[in-house]
Each structure stands twice: as C-alpha cells, then as structure tokens.
Design a protein. Sequence first.
Length: 372
Amino acid sequence: MKRLAIVVGCAVLLTACGTTTPEEEKGGAIAVAANDDACDVGRAEADAGTITFEVTNKGSRVTEFYLYAEGDRIMGEVENITPGLTRRLIVEVSEGGEYETACKPGMKGKGIRDAFRVNGQADKQVDSDTKLAEATKSYQRYVNSQCDALLTKTKEFVDAVKGKKVDEAKALFPVTRIYWERIEPVAESFGDIDPKIDGREDVIEEGLEFTGFHRLEKDLWVSGLQADSASMADRLMSDIEDLVNRAKTLELTPLQLANGAKELLDEVATGKITGEEDRYSHTDLWDFRSNVDGSQAAIAALRPVIEERDPDLLSTLDERFAAVDEVLEKQRVGDGFKLYTELTEADIKEMAEVVDALGEPVSQVSEVVAGQ
C-alpha cells in the first residue's frame, strides 16, 4: 500500500548518518534510519513533552517503529513503512525515565532495540487544553462501551465453542471481533497481551504459542474442534478480561488518539485488504468495517480540536471517510459482508484506493493535535 511520503531534508538525512543537526540539538525531530539489520536513532535522549521521530526505511523489507515504556507498554508506533518511505511518529511523553526504541524489519518479533532516555517532566496537553481533555474523556467512554460489548460477545462465542456448537460459534466469530477491532490500538499498547488474543499463526515463528481468536478460527473452519479447543476458549476469555481491566484504567493522550486513528487504517492495509487477517474464515470485511469505525471514533473525539485548528483538514476527513463508507456498503450482505473469497480484483482495488486516500489526511491529525 502507498503511504504519505514525508519529504526529508538534508538535515534529517545527515542525522540518519550519525551527524547531529542544529534542529536535533534544539530538541527537534529525531531521524531514524531503519535497515534490515540495524535501527540507527539519531539521538538517544530527548526532553519530556512532545517527541517527534522521522523514520526512513533504508532496508528491503516493510518495517515498523516503536517507542516502548517499561513492560513493553507502547507509547507510540508507526507501521507499514515500506522500503524508501519516511513516516513521522509524534508522541507525548510527560514522565522522564528509561524507554526503548525499536525497529521491526518484516513487522515481526521484538525488533532491534536501543535504550532511549527522556529527561525531566512536562505538563500534559490535557492539563492546559480543555478541548483535548474532553477529547480523551470522550474516547475513553467509547473504549469502555466497546470493552463491555467485547466481554459479552466473547462469553457467547466461548460458550458456543465449549458447547461444540460449531455453526453458532462461526456466526459469532466475526461479530465478536467487531469490538476488538474497533479498539485495537488500545489493545496493542499492551505488548504482551495482543499476541495472545490476536496473533496469527505466524507467531509460532517468533517462539510464541498460537492462541486466541485465530487459533479458534482455524479449529472451526479448517481442522475441526480439537481436544484443547475448550481450554483455548477459556484462555481467550481470560485474556479478554485482562485486556478490559487494563483498557478501562489506561490514561490516553490526545496524540495516542490521533496515532491510533492512523494505526487502524494501517491494520486495514496490511491485513484486511490482503485477506491475511481472517485467513481461515475469510470474514475480513467485518474487521475492515470495525477498524474504520474505530478510526472514525478517534477522529470524532478530536473533532472540536481539528475544527478549530484546521477546518479544511476536517472537511477532507469527512469526505474521505464517507467515500470509504460508500465503497464498503457495496459489499454488505444483510447484517454482515461478503466473504473475502467472494470479492473481485476490482473490488479489492477500489477498497485499497479509498483507504489509501483516507490514510493521507488522517496521518496529518497528529501534527494538528501537537500544534505543529
């Protein structure tokens, strides 16, 4: 998928080569040169507050970049950085301390990590901006409502699996995942729990156990229920309960809302449009719809801020979300959607194009929120 290419000036390129630029000395953007076997971060520290990374993929594989807090809690991430592309990550870090940066060539594993120090303390955006404070509260209410629905539907799905009601479990699978997919950036901020719940079979290559939704998906659609399917269902329920408890107490920043809106569209581009996500059930369009819903919810929470600071951007966002909605509705069947295997190449191309067009303005929201 194409992504917004941020033009990087000579100063940033010099930083990627190991030379500190005047901009960086003043606390400006930190250049990151991501290669297949290296992750060169231009500076290993920054003052608390808003921190900007300019990540250029100089390798041959699609990569990701992360800033981790203690316990692998994700402070910010940028995904789907194709070779030759530069993408920007803006994060708010108000507490000084030890953090880690990571590049993930191939978008797998723990990544190439280095220590990163944040110095001092900074006021939070929400402490001085009432509109941003209300945006985070509004989005937290949305997250809480989705968490409640996720608990309810997961219990129904788990009971159907344990009761060996295969047809019922198959019908509940995409519906249950709606609520997961809408809040996926929140779930992904907990690095330990996301692979347990939503890891595809590829996680085995990373030395992890294949559990969660996709393990049960394979049991239901491919191999048939296994001797341990019931215990896998119980584990899923326990992991969802753990997620919900954490998500309801997570203190989000306005920039996490903005970044999350873009991350959800990246999820569509890297998994749903390709048919890789629900590779056994082919219910990818349910996930597609839910990722877009979640992105819309984050933008809706930030709407008063965007309207005040960049009304033209807001108009573009409204137009392009509407275009995605229109294209998705063509694939609707009753209360659900066509299976991925029923789509034509023209259908997939059309969906990819409207998501690509939406991703460009959504990627600008973090700069508006950061006041850049």
